[in-house]
Structures are given as C-alpha cells and as structure tokens.
Design a protein around this ligand. Structure first.
Ligand SMILES: Cc1cc2nc3c(=O)[nH]c(=O)nc-3n(C[C@H](O)[C@H](O)[C@H](O)COP(=O)(O)OP(=O)(O)OC[C@H]3O[C@@H](n4cnc5c(N)ncnc54)[C@H](O)[C@@H]3O)c2cc1C
Length: 398
C-alpha cells in the first residue's frame, strides 16, 4: 500500500489547484450572489481536460482511473461544490453508457462529450420516488419498433443546459417490475450559445417525436452555481438503440453507477470541508480577542483540531472507497457508503464549526464560510440520504 500520489496524479492535483485559484476562487462569491450558471468556467474546465473523466479511451475519452477522478473532484470542490456537482454529473450520466453500452452506443452518446463542452443529466429521482427509487412511475411502452417514454423527474442537475438525458424508467407500465435505462439526446446546448442563464422553463421537441419540458431552475439554499430543475418526458419516441444493456436490468445499473458516484460525492464533501477549515484557520489567525489570536484560545484551538481530524478521516475513507471501486472489490458498495457519510459529516461539521469560530462575521453573507455552510447540507442528501447509506452499511456488515 502506498499513500504517495503518482506523478500523473500529482500533476492533476496541481493543475486543478491552479485552475481553482485563478478561475474560481476570485469570482465565486459574486457568482453565488447572482445565482448565475458559470458556463464560462465549465467551458474552461473542458478545455483543460477535467470534465468527462470516465469516458473510455475507445471513443477518445480520458478514461481516468477512479482514484485520480476523486482527487480531481476534491480539488475542484475546494473551489465550489456547485461547479463540481455540475461537472461530476456528466460522469454520473455517462458512466452507465461507458459501463453497459455497446460500442455503437458509446460512439453515439459519449463521443459528442469528447468533441465539445456539453452537459448531461442523470434522471432518477421523481416527486414520489426519492430514496425509494423503485417507486418510480416513469415508464417506456412498446410502440412499433421502438418505445414511447413518459414520466416526470425532479431535482435534476444540469437539466436546463443538458444536451443528453440518461433516464431510468419502468418497463411496460408505471408499476412494471423491471427498470430500464434509456438515453435521450436533444439538440446540443453548447456553452458557446448558452451565454444566457436560463431562468424560465423550456420545451424541447425531441427528434423522433414527443417533447421534454424542463422546469424553471430551482432557487436553492446552496450550491447555487449548479443548475437544478424538474424534467417531464411527454410521449418521447425512443429507438431500441437508445436502450442501454438489458431493459430489465436498470436497477442493477443504478447500483453500479452509484457505487462509482458515491466516492465522487465524498470527494465533493472533503473538498468543501477542507475549504471550510482553511478559511477558518486564516480568519482565526487574524482575529484577536482577549489579547490573543482566536486560534490560540484553548477551546477554539480544540475546535480547529476537531475540524482537522474530520477532514483527515473523511479523506482516508474517500481514498479507501475510491481504491475499492477502482479494484472492483466485492465490498466496494460498503466503503462507498462509508465515505459518503464520513465526508458529508465532515463538510457539515467543518462548515458549522467554522461559521461559529467566525462569530457574527460568519453570519454575514460576504464571508465565504456562510456560503460553505449553505452548500454543505446537500452533500448529506443527494445520491442517497445518510439513512440510506447506513441501511447499506448495516446490511453489509451484519
Ligand atoms: C441540488 C440537488 C441536486 C440533485 N441532483 C439530482 C440528479 O442530478 N439526479 C437525480 O436523479 N436526483 C438528484 N437529486 C435528488 C436527490 O438524490 C434526492 O433529493 C435524494 O435522493 C433524497 O430523496 P428525497 O428528496 O425524495 O427525500 P426522501 O426520500 O423523501 O427522504 C426525506 C428524509 O426521510 C428520511 N428517510 C428517507 N429514507 C429513509 C430510510 N430508508 N430510513 C430512514 N429515514 C429515511 C431521511 O431523513 C431523508 O432525508 C438532487 C437533489 C438536490 C437537492
């Protein structure tokens, strides 16, 4: 076992750190206030080669290993977790194609992401099916040689800007026993023509028939630099070539994707937790009360130590999970859930404790710690709430 980064990994980390320092940190507070979608940064991230990490080399993708991907996402999240959520979502949506698609499907649905700065959406959650995604009612039914897709998804990242939707749905009827995964590409929304920020709902006519209605972007507590909206599929015609793998194995594909994605959410949490620690350290080294720097007051020092420990423990859990997923170890799901919970806990703890150590200033929106405290909550919720991770851990260890 070796905790040293390889030369390649160190170079990814250094590159993303430089990118965050020059392109994100100086602007992040004003973007957050404006609630604007940072297309410019997404485009630059694509130019730099830090988007679409999981696309296979066979279609000229980077096919970056899981540990390196986690390192990249962690560094990007240090800059902003809305931006990293948006970036990571491409891999979430595209991993299922990379894992279970045919060569022709990889060429058709993954190659466009190699060729241009596009965004994808992963459509699983529905109004009546959150943690229990088996309760979903979106479905495809047979029609001629293909299928018709109907259903409503909610809280979908990148939806207003997506050029492709990866959709999980029932087969045959809303209460069907089987689940499928279908890919719905739409007219490209490239970052060049998307200088505008979407603030309304929109309708997209799909090439073969039917339409997609993307709701008004959600006004969120935190992660305001990611786009989130509801998506409704109305009689969307789906060709057989858009169905990934076996149309009865969608549930298995969800598990496979989430095993990959949960360490990535953990990376988002660790990045945020470390940022909260660093801004708090900086603040408490400057601010003096009782004739001493806050960081030298024993009880405050104890809080800083607790924050540091949470970051380090969560980072260890993240690296172990990423390694297990990379090695396709049979217990990868267990460690993915552990890392996700540990990182969410670290993010919430460090953001809250950091805000407290800023005193009244931490409550002012001009201080970054207040933004981090808003951003942290979702890490404990998306891709499976804390209790769902505990359910998985409980099932595996007993
Ligand atoms: C900003 C944002 C981005 C998102 N992006 C996407 C996306 O791109 N694609 C997508 O498909 N979804 C996305 N989601 C949805 C997200 O994954 C769900 O919100 C999440 O899975 C929880 O589902 P829910 O909101 O319906 O909560 P519910 O399932 O209703 O859970 C509510 C609460 O009930 C409790 N609970 C639930 N289940 C259990 C249990 N088994 N045992 C004990 N307690 C339980 C927990 O306290 C939980 O927090 C996003 C959500 C947000 C807010």
């Amino acid at each position: 076992m070796d905790f040293n980064l390889t030369d390649n990994q160190q170079s990814y980390v250094d590159t993303v750190r430089r990118f965050v320092r020059s392109e994100i940190t100086p602007h992040v507070m004003s973007w957050d206030r404006e609630h604007s979608f940072p297309w410019g940064v997404i485009r630059k991230a694509w130019d730099l080669g830090i988007l679409n990490l999981s696309i296979p080399a066979s279609v000229k993708g980077f096919e970056i290993d899981v540990v390196s991907t986690a390192l990249i996402i962690k560094e990007l999240s240090y800059g902003d977790t809305g931006i990293s959520t948006s970036a990571m979502c491409n891999d979430l949506a595209n991993a299922v194609i990379a894992q279970h698609g045919t060569d022709a499907q990889k060429e058709a649905f993954l190659r466009p992401f190699v060729e241009g700065p596009l965004l994808a959406s992963f459509c699983l959650t529905e109004p009546g099916a959150g943690s229990d995604n088996s309760a979903m009612t979106s479905f495809i039914r047979k029609s001629g040689d293909g299928y018709i897709l109907n259903g409503q998804k909610c809280f979908i990242t990148n939806a207003s800007y997506a050029s492709q939707f990866t959709v999980f749905c029932k087969v045959g009827k809303p209460t069907g026993n089987f689940m499928a995964c279908v890919i719905v590409p739409v007219t490209s929304v490239a970052s060049d023509d998307a200088g505008q920020t979407y603030s309304r709902s929109k309708e997209i006519a799909t090439p073969e028939g039917g339409k997609i209605v993307v709701g008004k972007p959600e006004d969120k507590l935190g992660q305001r630099l990611s786009n989130t909206a509801a998506v409704t599929f109305e009689d969307v015609v789906v060709d057989g070539s858009q169905v990934i793998g076996d149309r009865r194995l969608g549930f298995k594909y969800i598990v496979d994707v989430l095993d990959y994605a949960r360490p990535m959410v953990a990376a988002i949490g660790v990045g945020l937790a470390r940022r909260a620690l660093d801004v708090t350290m900086e603040y408490t080294k400057e601010r003096k009360q009782f004739g001493q720097r806050i960081c030298d007051l024993p009880v405050a020092r104890e809080s800083l130590v607790k924050m540091w420990k949470r970051v380090e423990f969560a980072d260890l859990a993240l690296m172990k999970a990423a390694f297990k997923v990379q090695e396709k170890s049979p217990d990868r799901g267990l460690y993915a859930s552990l890392a996700k919970n540990a990182a969410a806990e670290a993010a919430l703890f460090c953001a809250n404790e950091g805000l407290h150590l800023h005193g009244g200033y931490g409550f002012m929106s001009e201080y970054e710690i207040s933004k981090l405290a808003r951003d942290a909550h979702i890490i404990d919720i998306y891709e499976g709430v804390r209790e769902v991770q505990d359910m998985i851990i409980g099932r595996e260890i007993v």
